[in-house]
Design a protein around this ligand. Structure first.
Ligand code: BES
Ligand code: MN
Ligand code: MN
Length: 462
């Protein structure tokens, strides 16, 4: 395995250039104008897996974007690792806040990435992290170091809810049979503080529409006498949190898992500086649910956030108007045991209940998914831990993340195997934001660490 370090060193320029080519294709799954580019990316991923040594590569059509399935089976008696990732990316907006164009990747140095970071949409989420697995496989097949079987499943609709992947998984259980699922689509604490993600939050995403009068009205002639949907909507939204920042929806916390004091004390041991956190975000103070620390608020506690709100006149100058309609997009991050469909129903009922008679309410659920926690005594976790020890020289810290990969809970339900989340990004890598980037060091470290996981997983499975 010593060989992998040298191999990465020898091939790093090519590894970077190949990723840069992949990042140039704007595979924005949310925007149908980029359909051709998303499909082009799917083909590029398929061809990279073929070149990396898979002996079966399929572009599986779905009702949406294709799923790339590939495999290299060396012996049915050996364990099988299923690698999941996604080749689609978030829209780059607001585009004017990027310091370099989102689909023209460049390497720039940053404070946290003194060796440079690749700036591009998808650099970290998830093309860069997904491609680490392709290059790790290239190493293992070309150097005769592949110790077990491997299957790849790379989708193009993660950023829009993985609806077609869910169907694919449900109808291909046999084909996808595996002993462990391996994903790099999360982060770690810092380059000198490796960590393994042991939890993901669930998600319920809804859109609300509030309708008042049947047309936009003169705000002088009618103002004060009819409900203003924007006033009503903002008041309703404000009431969804109480003075302690608890969510007020009845039943919302019913199934929330309460961590023991011991577990919370364990969590609090992870290195974290509140000062650095505030400084990085240019904020005077943090804000959140009373009784919980910042790290608890963004991992083991559920949340409700407005993601977008609109209505009325927002153009230049002033227009005196009471809009007929107001809208908001709202996400709720959930913790394990909260059922996302149940939470969506609770939200809908509550929102309809608190609305004054003067307006009508429409709640439209978007996507969602369950949260996930993975145990730290599984073979998969132990193998990952040993892999980090080998390449970082430190035992990684288990850490729950606040983000969501809704399909992970479904993997466990349908495929009956545990997922190991070996993420190599940093929270500051600006995923989903302008100037997304991924450290060159992190990219290469990921490629180096993955083959160690294969080796230890195979050994521990014996
Ligand atoms: N890779 C992210 C999720 C993530 C990032 C988890 C960092 C943990 C740490 C994924 O691509 C993502 O953005 N998920 C969405 C949900 C999805 C349904 C759009 C999210 O978390 O908002
Ligand atoms: Mn992702
Ligand atoms: Mn994402």
């Amino acid at each position: 395995m010593q060989n992998i370090k040298n191999y990465v060193n020898e091939h790093k320029d090519r590894f970077l250039n190949e990723l840069i080519e992949l990042l140039k294709i704007p595979s924005i799954s949310a925007d149908s104008a980029y359909k051709g580019d998303v499909i082009k990316t799917a083909k590029a991923v398929a061809s990279s897996l073929d070149k990396a040594g898979c002996d079966k590569v399929e572009i599986c059509e779905t009702a949406g974007y294709p799923i790339i399935y590939a495999e290299k089976m060396i012996d049915p008696k050996l364990p099988t690792i299923l690698v999941y990732g996604h080749y689609d990316v978030q829209p780059p907006d607001p585009i004017n806040l990027w310091t370099s164009p989102p689909f023209e990747p460049v390497i720039k140095k940053t404070n946290l990435h003194p060796e440079g970071a690749i700036f591009a949409r998808g650099a970290c989420d998830d093309k860069g992290q997904m491609y680490m697995h392709v290059k790790a496989l290239e190493y293992m097949t070309s150097q005769n170091e592949l110790p077990c079987n491997v299957k790849f499943m790379i989708e193009g609709e993660e950023e829009v809810g993985s609806v077609n992947l869910a169907k694919y998984v449900k109808s291909n259980q046999k084909k996808l049979e595996n002993d462990v699922i391996l994903i790099s689509d999360t982060g770690m604490i810092a380059n000198d503080v490796p960590s393994i993600t042991t939890g993901l939050r669930g998600l319920s995403y809804v859109e609300v529409e509030v309708t008042g009068p049947n047309r936009d009205l003169h705000s002088g002639l009618y103002g004060g006498a009819v409900a203003n949907p924007i006033n009503v909507l903002t008041k309703m939204i404000a009431s969804l949190h109480d003075e302690n920042n608890h969510i007020t929806i009845p039943g919302f916390y019913d199934h929330v898992e309460n961590l023991s004091n011991e577990e919370r004390a364990q969590m609090a041991k992870a290195p974290f500086s509140l000062n650095d956190y505030k400084k990085a975000l240019d904020i005077e103070a943090v804000y959140g649910e009373k009784g919980y620390t910042t790290n608890e608020r963004n991992s083991i506690r559920p949340t409700l956030d407005v993601n977008g709100i609109w209505g009325g006149y927002t153009g230049e100058g002033a227009k005196t108007v009471i809009a007929s309609k107001a809208y908001a997009k709202i996400s709720m991050r959930l913790v394990p045991n909260q059922d996302w469909e149940n939470i969506t129903t609770l939200f809908k009922n509550h929102f309809e209940n608190i609305a004054p008679k003067a307006v009508t309410i429409k709640v439209t659920p978007h996507h969602g998914g369950q949260g996930y926690v993975t145990p730290i005594d599984s073979i998969g976790y132990k193998a990952a831990s040993k892999a980090y020890e080998a390449t970082f020289g430190k035992t990684p810290i288990p850490q729950r993340s606040g983000g969501s990969i809704p399909i992970v809970a479904l993997f466990e339900e349908e495929l009956k195997s545990k997922t190991i989340l070996m993420g190599f990004g940093l929270d500051s890598d600006a995923i989903h934001s302008p100037d997304e980037h991924f450290g060159v060091w992190n990219y290469l470290k990921g490629i180096e660490t993955i083959p160690h996981f294969y080796k230890h997983f195979t050994e521990l499975s014996k």
